[in-house]
Ligand binder design. Structure first.
Ligand code: ZN
Length: 241
């Protein structure tokens, strides 16, 4: 299983793309979160795959830095690929995704005869609900989710395929229970940032054996990558999970 660090920055970054990744196993590629402009984000990583190669996108929560590219991705799939893109998320995220985020820009399409066609989420996406109780299978991937401590409903992930499992914290305050849940994966990515996010110092104080299986993302522009005692994901790099 491989992980592409497509974006590593936070909501206010002037240096990076916002945090997102792509997980590839057994010939399938799953996008994890979707900032705008997602095709440019993917192209900048020279990852060799594009929206048409995705088996789906999993969304952790509806803050714009994680989901602002979804309208473009779904319209690209609708108009260019002429298929519905699977969108995986916890039901609370899926429920708010249309009315609370996408509807304003996507609810109507102008037709050639001047009439308008009303769209719903199901017209442009294939919603795939995740569950906190059971694993969800999608292509070669098995996904589990766990609620994090954040402003709005947000869900960490464990993504398994090809005998390996990747943990992904999503946005969260420091939560030792969540870290233990993530650490049941072979490797895991943890966010770090200011305010309600997880302070780097709390993660740096964890046992070395735990830190050795952790990568960082969602860091501030002035985060010192070279001084970090936990390996930070570097934008555009690909990692073996
Ligand atoms: Zn957030």
């Amino acid at each position: 299983m491989k992980l592409w660090a497509l974006g590593v920055g936070d909501a206010f970054t002037a240096r990076y793309h916002s945090t997102c990744g792509a997980v590839r196993a057994e010939g399938a590629t799953l996008l994890v979160d979707c900032p705008h402009p997602i095709r440019k984000v993917m192209a900048d990583a020279r990852c060799g795959f594009d929206v048409g190669d995705l088996c789906g996108v999993v969304i952790t929560h509806l803050h714009a830095d994680h989901v602002s590219g979804l309208e473009g991705l779904l319209f690209f799939a609708h108009f260019v690929l002429q298929r519905r893109m699977p969108v995986l998320a916890h039901p609370e995220v899926l429920e708010a995704m249309w009315d609370g985020h996408l509807k304003a820009g996507m609810h109507q399409l102008l037709q050639a005869d001047g009439s308008t066609r009303e769209l719903s989420l199901q017209d442009v996406a294939e919603p795939v609900p995740l569950s906190e109780a059971t694993a969800t299978h999608h292509g070669p991937f098995t996904l589990e989710c766990r609620r994090t401590i954040h402003h709005i409903p947000t869900f960490a992930l464990r993504i398994a395929a090809a005998g390996r499992t990747l943990g992904w914290s999503a946005d969260t305050a420091y939560d030792r229970g969540l870290i233990d849940w993530l650490a049941r994966a072979d490797r895991f990515v943890h966010e770090t940032n200011l305010g309600v996010h997880t302070p780097y110092e709390r993660l740096a104080a964890l046992p070395e054996a735990l830190r050795a299986r952790m990568w960082l993302n969602h860091y501030t522009d002035d985060f010192d990558l070279d001084a970090s005692v936990i390996e930070p994901l570097r934008q555009g790099h690909v990692y073996e999970v």
